[in-house]
Design a protein around this ligand. Sequence first.
Ligand code: KIV
Ligand code: ZN
Length: 511
Amino acid sequence: MDQNRIYFFDTTLRDGEQTPGVALQTAEKVEIAKGLARIGVDVIEAGFPAASPGDFEAVQTIAREVKGATICGLARANEKDVQKVSEALADAERSRLHVFIATSDIHLEYKLKMTRAEVLEKVKSILAFAKGKFDEIEFSGEDAARTDLDFLCEVFGVAIEGGATILNVPDTVGYMIPAEFGDKIRYIREHTPGIEKAIISVHCHDDLGLATANSLAAVKAGARQIECTVNGLGERAGNAGVEEVVMALKTRHDYFGDLEVNIDTKQFTKLSKLVSRLTGVMVPPNKAVVGSNAFAHESGIHQHGMLNNPQTYEIMTPESVGAEKTSIVLGKHSGRHAFEDHLKNLGFQAFTEEKINDLFAKFKALADRKKEVYDDDIIALVADNLNHKNAFALVHQHYELGDQGYAYAHVRLTTPDGEKSDAAVGDGPVDASLKAVERVVGLPISLKDYQIRAITAGKDALGEAVLKVEYNGRMYRGRGISTDIVKSSVHAYINAVNSVYLAKELEEEAQ
Ligand code: KIV
Ligand code: ZN
């Protein structure tokens, strides 16, 4: 591995999928993985194959279909997990095992109930089992940032001897302060036996809002792999955002020196939007790099400076992250070729003829209702139509408004048992329609969160509904788009119900 290069390990599909309520289906994960390969990340952590049959299927499909990046699977330090990763990655162009065990005293005492000596033994034995099954092995000491440093160096030394070439230092609970974290990375470099045969990686959580800063401090101290996610998704407060870390390294190469960063930053905005649509997690407008306000200048003084010289208030250009103003792209007279070309420009390059025809029909229907169709509308349309395995789909819906705010709704759905319809009364058309869907589906699902917003400007804009439902103690997100917001809401609800149904089916299959 090249010590003058920063390697990017993207964990949007593993740690990012641990964002509460996010449950991506395989087709959605494949589309994100292809986007990650296109921007040039070195490693895609596609999932945790032993976690569920759905995770296994997604990792295996990505390993088969996504080329140009190393595909990685996560495993705890046990043979069953490692074996699952090996099976899921069998067809990958290049495979990586990411195996972890906690190393901090608090995790050893209260979670693993193991001694330090037992952890060292476990690392040795699991690496012996994994040897030869993968192109490369990464070892993580979970909660490494709160681990006794000499013990961590000892564990890493054993891991290197066992064949690991990437040693990851997770700040699992987002506890580090940048200068302190940099010192720890320096200490590990100086005190780990055999470290010259490996590279140091970091994986920072954002509990104190320092994930990006800590990752950068680690680079300065010699770390050469950064683990991150699109839009900073991840467990609790999330991980370092790939767009933030990359743009900091590029914008401040004067500070970081000549480190190679092989990422196509012009695709950041597009990828951010795709991930946001598919996960249902909206990007805050003030989010660095990819937020909608990241290049907006409000005050007169700033606007004046910008007109004279953009560098007065802009340290990077909107073009460098693909955030130019959205152009009007297509309308109802646009043909199939123009539409297909446009899909390719947006990065959707591998759809079948059948899929393009289906999307084109939906685009035409949208263009009939909406004069101007923007890039954002097309991304939303694609995101909404990626899944093939939908158990439930809307056939027809109708509602009537009564006086005093009540509404009556009727829906017809395709279901695994054929078409079914039902009706309900509620506190308005959305409430009534969702209740009618609930009656058709017949599962004890409860709505926990509901938001609606316009995707682009204008009276005829597409409305996007994003909601969360709870089933069996787990949260599932759904999203739906339409120019009619009641319809968006029904689509979003059915989308969430489909995730519930799929998870339920996979769990039943596994038993
Ligand atoms: O945060 C963490 O410690 C992790 C490990 C599995 C690397 O996600
Ligand atoms: Zn993590």
